[in-house]
Design a binder for this molecule. Structure first.
Ligand SMILES: [Mg+2]
Length: 163
């Protein structure tokens, strides 16, 4: 009787010599809203107006290309109504945020605090129209309050996250 070959490398878990896959590693986008998903050119009332489709599409491009998770760092996170507006807007491009930063003395500290609780984060970018006090020079993708998130920012973010 011919013995059935049973050792299929796809069955029974990884071969011991394979490098361990760091399934817990993670990429994160810290997301500001005004000056990123909204812009001053088209938006009258920044804290209340809906995020703009063009900017949402650029964010979508970043997430699709990198698999990063979104963490809200914008002031919008602090108000349930505003948070829901962001949530609905993200849903229109099939995105969602997984968390928000705590409220501390400034945005850089808030981001640093969130990162300290998530050592699984391998790469991150901060999308913000404001300088984040120079603490994260290699992670900040700075947009402008006037124009918001543009394709060139998306490309830069993807480069950082996939580097
Ligand atoms: Mg802003």
């Amino acid at each position: 009787m011919v013995e059935q070959r049973t050792e299929n490398p796809c069955v029974g878990g990884p071969i011991p010599s394979w490098p361990t896959i760091r399934s817990e590693s993670m990429k994160v986008v810290f997301l500001d809203v005004d000056g990123v998903l909204n812009d001053a050119v088209t938006t009258k009332d920044l804290m209340n107006d809906l995020p703009k489709k063009d900017h949402l599409d650029c964010l979508k491009m970043i997430i699709d290309a990198t698999g990063a998770k979104i963490v809200l760092s914008s002031t919008w996170r602090l108000f349930p109504g505003a948070r829901n507006v962001v949530k609905s807007a993200l849903r229109t491009v099939e995105l969602e945020f997984i968390d928000k930063t705590e409220e501390l003395r400034d945005r850089a500290s808030e981001i640093q605090e969130w990162l300290s609780r998530h050592p699984e984060v391998e790469k991150f970018v901060i999308l913000d129209d404001e300088e984040i006090s120079g603490k994260f020079p290699n992670n900040l993708v700075q947009t402008t309050f006037y124009q918001g998130l543009l394709p060139e920012h998306a490309e830069k973010a993807i480069k950082i996250l996939n580097s």
